[in-house]
Design a protein around this ligand. Structure first.
Ligand code: S3P
Ligand code: PEP
Length: 778
């Protein structure tokens, strides 16, 4: 059973046994910071009929009774414990065994029920279990060792805070002897005071905490000791910079508690310390050797990892967390004009990192999209040991490690919101010697992954989609454990998806023999083009694409053109608004991506291309669009994969067109960052547009009109105002921003943070050409 399933089971059990208050009498042993804080939290949340405490310091007990926190207190457990159904031990680790002896005596003498729940809050767990085993012949059914990962450098009763545990984790160690009811009730208590409960095995807990808590505390104490022992220590402290303050804040913690922890978790701490010594001497050597590349690599990796972990743990985006709950308030405007440059192509940016990392030699990338999706790919390769300098204004230098140079990541690879990163990487990782795990944010972990896992298995990959419905996290077993290389296959793709195609072709680079994929319709071909540009032969025969395994890639220069999928928002903005003229510079017009141009042209948009040239193996052009009277059309199905990401904004265009637009054959839209058919329909209806959802598309009743003299008639509003929910889908948010050009009133869009995945700077650029977007942070 997974830890999440376990947590849910405990919650369900606790609900079944819910009573109010949860406990008759809670007995807290030790009124230090944690003990007093949990007592206060229990009191404030009404979780116990009575709260009593045992503490060696009588004045604290008296004060707590005066404050109304305790109903009674004593320095001796046996005097106070009777009637308790929960005992919380909050004393230093080395004092816990003595408390167990008192508890056992109370049980033996009938003062305490034998199923009383007994828990602790100590930072080490194996030693607590050992202490219990030394005292009790059979461990009590109510014994649940636990550890709230919360604290503060201040100690003692007066430092208590009822909110200390809010948004913190509490690790609970289930023992074979523990009753489920005890775990359920204790979990319910912790959740009620704002914490979230995580089950974990005791030895694992101790090993993890040795690294994440005990080692940092040890280093902080030691660094202060080092500075304090200098003769000029006064000057040292007087001029100590913020770094010293930040790093040593935790050295103000309770020495007795830490003394006990260092002994209690001795072996795990010593092994963490030994590992640390190796890292320390490595970095020392890099400085001695003036090894600039390696030092930059180390510092860059550490900086990126620090940011990355924060986001990964919170399942939030990589950049600008201040925009997390931001929204747009958009005042209607009715024209756009200017000449602008759109950020780099997302699909090509992903592939530049992947192939640049696997190549031999150095790859320089310009125009790289510094959006979260491409940054997720970049971070993954850093996690696998690739040194990547940048991004700096779209410039990257990738020090390729060759086809067999990737190293296992020490943590699951976090793909954020990016389907492309996860699916393409899965192909690469399926062929590596080592095991890997790929995970993503809440949206990505709901998207279908069996579409790549199943064909990869046909190639011999060992890959599990461990989510609930064939979804991520993906767990991939390395070839070293499997024992054989991947085998080339012939695969007929059921959907025209460039992600599936690319995943299999990438896996095919390491497979024995030929890997051939046949796509039902043309899909974007950036993988094929970039493989060729890196000197890897690819055979394209209509919709059949093949690679032979065993080749190599050679690094070089890649210029990423502007992203036509991002340009699409401004193409539609100009097309639907009065007297507009907009030029978008050097946009990628790869024929497998130009569905948006073809569809807009069929709708009679005024679009022209100029300055056509090639950049890094991809065709580019300046695109000029002017306002025009659009007409509704039946969108040809072969154009669907060529405009797959552009439909949200095309629906805005269709709403402004005269007559009905019918989209069919676009079921894939339902499995993007959101169900783009349902979510767009919901938003269009909010803004007063009539539309009908079908299984594989949408029918939109356009509200455009033709003026008497058939002049361009783009001044009439088509949309009302209203509140739009983006469902955390970047393209939904940007599409409804474009709708404001034909809206009668303000449109507000909630959840715009994911725009950073593909189009950082969207609002600034939109405002530059005449739109009026106000970004509001919650
Ligand atoms: O290969 C790629 O870079 C992409 C392929 C498309 O997905 P599918 O291939 O799954 O349709 C597209 O929606 C995505 O934004 C990027
Ligand atoms: C579908 C998209 O991206 P991905 O599949 O990479 O998340 C997109 O950008 O619209």
């Amino acid at each position: 059973m997974s830890s999440q399933q376990k947590t849910q089971q405990y919650k369900n059990l606790a609900l079944l046994n819910a009573q109010s208050p949860l406990f008759n009498q809670v007995c807290v042993i030790g009124l230090g910071l944690i003990g007093a804080s949990i007592a206060q939290a229990i009191k404030n949340n009404g979780l116990a009929e009575r709260i009593v405490a045992v503490d060696r310091h009588e004045p604290s007990l008296k004060e707590a009774i005066q404050h109304g926190l305790l109903d009674a207190g004593s320095v001796v457990l046996s005097e106070i414990v009777s009637g308790s159904d929960l005992i919380i031990i909050a004393v230093p680790a080395q004092a816990v065994q003595a408390v167990f002896i008192d508890i056992k005596n109370a049980m033996d003498s009938g003062l305490l029920a034998t199923d009383c729940i007994i828990t602790d809050v100590c930072s080490t767990k194996v030693n607590i279990i050992d202490a219990a085993k030394a005292v009790f012949e059979t461990l009590p059914v109510g014994l649940v060792p636990a550890h709230p990962i919360a604290g503060a450098e201040n100690s003692g009763y007066h430092a208590r805070r009822a909110t200390l545990f809010v948004n913190h984790s509490v690790i609970i160690c289930e023992l074979p002897t523990t009753s489920h009811l005890a775990i359920a009730k204790l979990s319910q208590l912790w959740e009620a005071v704002g914490a979230s409960v995580m089950p974990m095995e005791a030895a694992h807990h101790d090993a993890i905490l040795a690294h994440t808590s005990h080692l940092p505390h040890l280093l902080a104490f030691n660094l202060v000791e080092q500075l304090a022992s200098h003769d000029d220590n006064l000057d040292m402290f007087r001029y100590a910079a913020g770094g010293f303050r930040d790093f040593t804040r935790i050295a103000a913690s309770d020495p007795k508690m830490w003394h006990d922890i260092f002994f209690a978790n001795q072996s795990a701490i010593i092994s963490a310390l030994d590992e640390y010594s190796v890292y320390l001497s490595d970095i020392r050597q890099l400085i001695i050797d003036k090894n600039s590349t390696a030092l930059m690599g180390l510092l860059g990796r550490a900086q990126a990892a620090r940011r990355h972990f924060g986001h990964m743990l919170a399942s939030t985006p990589y950049t600008d967390t201040s925009a997390m709950s931001a929204s747009y308030n958009i005042t209607p405007s009715n024209t756009v004009s200017g000449t602008i440059t759109i950020p780099g192509d997302k699909s090509i940016s992903h592939r530049s990192i992947m192939l640049g990392s696997l190549a031999t030699g150095v790859t320089h990338v310009t125009g790289f999209l510094e959006g979260e999706d491409a940054l997720a790919t970049l971070q993954a390769f850093r996690d696998m040991g690739v040194i990547i300098e940048g991004p700096d204004n779209g410039n990257l230098t990738i020090h390729g490690v060759g086809m067999n140079g990737l190293k296992p990541s020490k943590t699951p690879l976090y793909m954020g919101n990016s389907g492309t990163s996860m699916r393409l990487l899965a192909g690469i990782l399926a062929a590596q010697a080592f095991d890997s795990v790929l995970t993503g944010d809440t949206s990505l972990n709901k998207r279908p992954m069996e579409r790549i896992a199943a064909p990869l298995r046909q190639m011999g990959a060992v890959i599990q989609s461990t989510g609930q419905k064939g979804t991520a996290p993906l767990s991939i077993t390395g070839r070293d454990s499997v024992g054989t290389p991947l085998q080339g296959i012939e695969y007929d793709m059921p959907v025209a998806s460039a992600q599936i195609k690319s995943c299999l072709l990438l896996a095919g680079l390491w497979a024995e023999g030929t890997t051939t994929v046949t796509q039902p319709e043309v899909s974007r071909d950036h993988t094929e083009r970039m493989l060729s540009a890196f000197g890897y032969p690819v055979t394209v025969d209509g919709n059949r694409i093949s690679v032979e395994g065993g080749g190599t890639l050679k690094g070089g220069d890649i210029a990423v053109p502007a992203d036509i999928s991002s340009a699409a928002f401004f193409m539609v903005a100009a097309a639907i608004s009065q007297d507009s003229e907009l030029t978008l510079k050097q946009v990628g017009i790869n024929p497998t991506r130009t569905g948006i141009i073809d569809i807009l042209k069929l709708m009679q948009a005024d679009i022209s291309l100029s300055n056509e040239t090639h950049v890094g193996g991809e065709p580019v052009a300046d695109i000029t669009i002017r306002g025009s009277n659009l007409v509704g059309i039946e969108i040809p199905e072969y154009l669907v994969p060529l405009a797959i990401d552009e439909f949200p904004v095309l629906f805005i265009a269709a709403s402004c067109a005269q007559g009905r637009t019918i989209l069919t054959g676009a079921k894939e839209l339902r499995v993007k960052e959101s169900d783009r058919i349902a979510v767009m329909a919901e938003g269009l209806q909010t803004l007063g547009v009539d539309c009908t959802v079908t299984e594989d598309g949408l029918i939109i009743e356009g509200k455009g009109t033709q003026s008497q003299n058939s002049d361009i008639n783009n001044s009439q509003p088509v949309f009302g105002g209203g509140d739009i929910v983006s469902h955390h889908d970047h393209r939904i948010a940007m599409s409804f921003a474009v709708a404001s050009l034909r809206a009668s009133q303000q449109i507000s869009i909630e959840g715009i943070e994911t725009i950073n995945t593909s189009f950082p700077g969207f609002a600034e650029l939109a405002n530059q050409i005449g739109m009026s977007i106000d970004v509001v942070s919650a």
